[in-house]
Design a binder for this molecule. Sequence first.
Ligand SMILES: [Zn+2]
Length: 527
Amino acid sequence: MPVAGMPAAGRGSERTTLIQGARVYDRAGDIHRPPIRDVIVEGNRIASVTAPDDSADVKARIADAAADKRPDAAVIDGRDKLLIPGLVNAHYHSYDVLAKGRFEDMPFDVWALHSQPAYWGKRSKAELRARTLLGAMECLRHGITTIQDMNSLVPQDEETLDVVLAAYAEVGIRVVFSIAVRDIAALDIEPFLPPNMPADVTAIVSGKPGNAKADLAFVEAQIKRLAPLSERLHWALSPSGPQRCSTPLLEGIAALSDRYKLPVFTHVYETRAQLAKARSHYPSHGGSLVRYMADVGLLTARTTLAHSVYVTRTEIDRIAEAGAGVVHNPLANLKLKNGVAPLLDIKRAGINLALGCDNCSCSDCQNLFQSMKFFTLLSGGMDTEPTGIHAQHAMEAATVGGARAVGLEGEIGEVRPGMLADLALIDLTDLAYQPFNSAARQLVFSETGRGVHTVMVGGRVVLEAGRLITVDEVAFRAELAEVMQTVDKDYEQIVARHKAAIPYLLEANRNLKNADLDVSRLIGDAE
Ligand SMILES: [Zn+2]
């Protein structure tokens, strides 16, 4: 039964929660010293955001019911806290979470040689579960309530998918899940590999081509099988990258996106090798991956391009005209030596910008506070004039920008009545906020993630006082330790097996560096 005198709760839960006395971050309001508000959450949605004196009787009834320990009412003390919309990690892969901290100083293709799921083969259910939980746990701990998991299922079967989705349901994060597909095996850097490589090295770097029809059939079968989707689960579509997919596969994804109105996420121009490939392999599309996407019907307002490091001015305009978006992943771009995306031009073109943390094995954390800080600071390496990229824009990219990218605009990303209650409470007594001068700036420039106190997803509290309450963290650590025994052994084998390929990939990387291409995205060149 709902608490007397209050409107009936929304679907999913009958609980009414009063978050009392928090400063509430509203991008349209005072972003530096947000006003103190009370927020009522009914079921999975925000019912009201009001001044402390408003609707006192309703709030008193919730407080009384909570004091009586009724299961349908709760009060969260928001004093000395800042309530922000849960952050949206708009580019992420859960498959290599367990490789956090493994790699350093590796160009993209050497890193891929160690981290890509195809090289690891089928994993146990325990490992699939552990890695999915762990990545989501770290996200929640850092105030991320929605992730876009672009997942390469190995093998691509229902059992693997179901284990991953069950782990997401258990931990309680919102996931916009996509099954990554590709049917062209060749590495992007393949044209730069030296000739006459030994057969064993050729075998390692060649890969196996996929099957467009089978991929499309599998993805659509899962969309149908899992309908209607459970709470907090949403679909997206993911061709791995335009140059890794045949035209029929890309056209098939475009058709699925249109049929089911699903967002599309794909890697575009993450690396210099992808730039080279665009120029050499797509002459009939002007040497442009962006134009190729447009030509196959995949550059739409539902599409978000991950990275876009090597986009040109003309391509930026084309992306803007199509209403497509970009998800910026500064940590991974820098860690893998891919350079810096032309953020100022992308932002000034009015393109929807979202932020991601990308793979754990090339960002080593799922922490959008780091991505937000990089996003704002990198612009300082592009222009000596004021750039107009401020902390509030980083917050917008991490909230409403992400929401729009994942197809949940108007549902998540703001603390407004009617929206899903995906929220994070930040502890303003943390040293990051002493003294308290600006919510927006201190969130972006000072917060490490340490101040994240309470997190709610769809009205359900999943983290309290910095501790996950949906997962027993002590038991989980034991589970993880068990799983890692196998992972560590398999990792040693992969290192031994792939060692011979590294000098050839490094040579290819040097050839690529010296190639005469029309775009450069490295900074700090002394010449
Ligand atoms: Zn990625």
